[in-house]
Design a protein around this ligand. Structure first.
Ligand code: NDP
Length: 453
């Protein structure tokens, strides 16, 4: 039996649609061939039907079975629209049938204007809305967006997307935490000294100035992805894995989260890359990239340290960091354990336990101290390591599946989106007031030399 779905991608000519969303759909149609998807692409670009079909075919990719590709391209269509214009939107909605999915693959400013333009239009019964991160561009716009959305459809038909929640390694955090006695018993301030959540990438701007130069690493990565990973890492045990139980606890954890010492200046650092080389590729100075406005002072590397005000986590610093154009693209969670309270006299050099949860590649490494070969009382660190099974679904495949099924578990609730802005907003304000220097680092390097990395 097939499940018909109409999926309208608004912003279909953009990078996200082509590079992640439609390829994710391709993996979904591979594992869930029962979805019969009518794909409607919309954007301001002029595209012929053949050009659109060509793009869809390419983006569905080789993971998508031939029959599914044929089925999608037989019915797909492209509509050139101004997505902030009520008449254009009315026309689009009237042709989508019942319970369509409207996926807004748009920058936050356009999403806000689109939601304003939707007010007063007849909304098809059962319409589901997918909205990309960042959700708004600050706390005020996130609140406004939530108000506008509440006037359109019920909360359970709103899917605020953060594709990190679709990454199997991020979801695996719950299994790792709550089903392993050795971890669950040690997951607290008594055993853990500090936690680092780092998502660095070797990619530079790659032609995305239109979006990125108005966002920067703090809004693009930390405000959304990394704070959600933090909440999943630190949250209390949910009664079950249903959306209400898990999302309540994510929200609660973020409500407990504050900047370290409540000081946005001391708790944050920012930097921007200059010209360099990555993997033999010449990377231009960020400010010389086409479309970049140097006066915006957009950071390409952001770091913030937060604390969680609970008895479990009091005093443990959580450092969140993300940057572009970094040579050593570290990616994952590092948990540094405290030393044991007492070491018998005679042992030489006791390395701490370190747990690393890699996101890309997905793996777990646990550093333990073991006797060195040369001297049985000298200790070395040995690493126990395992690769994690990758899901056959790409994160956007997981996310589309959850929207199609109407299960918001892997998406961000309205209050959580606002909470994330509440945490980082003082940092953004301090940066905009010039209270934190904008450091520099060479593309392909490890970050600013003054950061002692
Ligand atoms: P792009 O700038 O590449 O694409 C934006 C899309 O929006 C284009 O299709 C553009 O059409 C369309 N658009 C903008 N304004 C209008 C308008 N008034 N009317 C009609 N269409 C319009 O951005 P991305 O695809 O990179 O990003 C989109 C969102 O997805 C962002 O919020 C980003 O944070 C998020 N995201 C992106 C990721 C990525 O890797 N790209 C990863 C995760 C999230 P046109 O070109 O015709 O103007």
């Amino acid at each position: 039996m097939t499940t018909p779905v109409t999926l309208a991608i608004l912003g279909a000519s953009g990078d996200l649609a082509h590079r992640l969303l439609i390829p994710g759909l391709g993996t979904l149609l591979n594992t869930h061939p029962h979805y019969d998807v009518t794909l409607v692409g919309c954007a301001a670009d002029e595209l012929t039907h053949d050009e659109w079909v060509g793009r869809v075919k390419e983006a569905l990719g080789d993971k998508c079975p031939k029959e599914s590709i044929e089925r999608v391209i037989a019915t797909t269509r492209y509509e050139k629209l101004d997505l902030t214009n009520s008449e254009d939107l009315r026309g689009l909605l009237s042709g989508l049938g019942e319970a369509p999915v409207l996926y807004l693959a748009l920058p936050p400013s356009i999403t806000l204007r689109l939601c304003e333009a939707l007010q007063g239009i007849d909304i098809p019964a059962g319409l589901r809305l997918g909205l990309e991160k960042p959700f708004g561009s600050d706390l005020e716009s996130a609140r406004r967006l939530n108000e506008l959305l509440a006037g359109l459809v019920p909360e359970n038909q709103i899917f605020r997307i953060d594709h990190f929640l679709g990454k199997s390694v991020v979801l695996n955090l719950l299994g790792l935490r709550f089903t392993n006695r050795i971890f669950e018993q040690t997951w607290n301030k008594h055993n853990i000294e500090r936690v680092e959540i780092t998502v660095d990438e070797a990619l530079a701007l790659e032609g995305r100035a239109r979006y990125y130069d108005g966002a920067g690493a703090m809004r693009d990565m930390i405000q959304s992805h990394l704070l959600l990973v933090l909440a999943l890492f630190a949250m209390e045990e949910p009664p079950s894995l249903n959306e209400r139980d898990v999302r309540d606890l994510i929200a609660l954890m973020l409500r407990h989260t504050q900047l370290w010492d409540d000081d946005p200046v001391a708790a944050s650092r920012r930097a921007r890359y200059t010209a360099g080389q990555i993997g033999g590729r010449e990377i231009p100075n960020y400010v010389d990239e086409p479309g970049v406005d140097p006066s915006r002072n957009t950071e390409t590397l952001a770091e913030v340290t937060v604390r969680i005000n609970t008895d479990r986590w009091a005093g443990v610093p959580f450092r969140l960091r993300s940057g572009k154009a970094l040579g050593d693209a570290r990616n994952g969670i590092t948990v540094l354990f405290r030393p044991v309270d007492h070491v018998p006299d005679g042992f030489i050099g006791v390395p701490p336990n370190v747990l690393s949860i890699g996101m890309k590649p997905a793996n777990i490494k646990l550093g333990i101290s073991t006797n060195a070969e040369s001297n049985r009382f000298a200790l070395d660190q040995s690493v126990l390591s395992t690769d994690l099974a990758e899901s056959p679904l790409k994160p956007y495949g997981e996310i589309l599946d959850s929207i199609f099924r109407g299960d918001p578990l892997l998406t961000v609730r309205g209050d959580v989106a606002e909470e994330c802005w509440r945490i980082v907003e003082p940092v953004i304000e301090a940066w905009e007031s010039g209270l934190v220097p904008l450091d520099e680092y060479r593309a392909g390097g490890a970050g600013p030399s003054s950061w002692n990395l």
